[in-house]
Structure formats: structure tokens, C-alpha cells
Write a protein that binds this ligand. Sequence first.
Ligand SMILES: [Zn+2]
Length: 109
Amino acid sequence: MQKKTTRAANTGSHQINAHSIKKQLNPLDLYRHELPTAKLKKHGWNDGGLCPFHADNHAGSFHVNVVTGAYKCFACGAAGSDVIAFTMALYGLKFVEALEQLANDWGLV
Ligand SMILES: [Zn+2]
């Protein structure tokens, strides 16, 4: 009798990996794309403009860190530590799906 093989560990020739995505994708580029109305500067925490996670009608609550990719909203409590967490929350994706989307959108390997 043969043991049922698991396919989970064998999903393709190149594994998308969170570390390489974070290394290649500058959070500033992602947030400039996702938050087109925010006036982001090149360092540290920035005013992210209107929060994409609640019905925000006045800027000032939502902040993003363009160096680490962390984000936090002081109005609705949405928060995460990197661009992968942001992508998961914004598009309702699982971790692996967020990695795939980022890799595809930004041409990462
Ligand atoms: Zn919010």
C-alpha cells in the first residue's frame, strides 16, 4: 500500500518567499501606488491620507511607515507590520496569495 503523497511542499519550481519580496519591494513604492492621494516622504512614518480600512472622511488617522512597511490607523485600529500584512488586509488575501499578488504586480521573483 502506498502512502498518499502531499503536494503542499511541491507547488512549483520557484517558491515565492516573503523575505525576498520584502527585500525587493520598497514600501514607499507600494504605498505610493496604493495610497495615491497621500503625500509620502521618503523616511519613517508618514500621514497615509484616508484610511483604506474604514469609511474615512478626514485624513490624519492613518499612518504608514515607508521604510518598514508598517501601517496603523488610530481611528479603526487597523494595523500591520509590513507590506505583506497590508496587502492581505486590503485585498482579503491569505499570506501566500498576498505574496503571489505582490510578486506578480511588481515583477518580483
Ligand atoms: Zn481606519
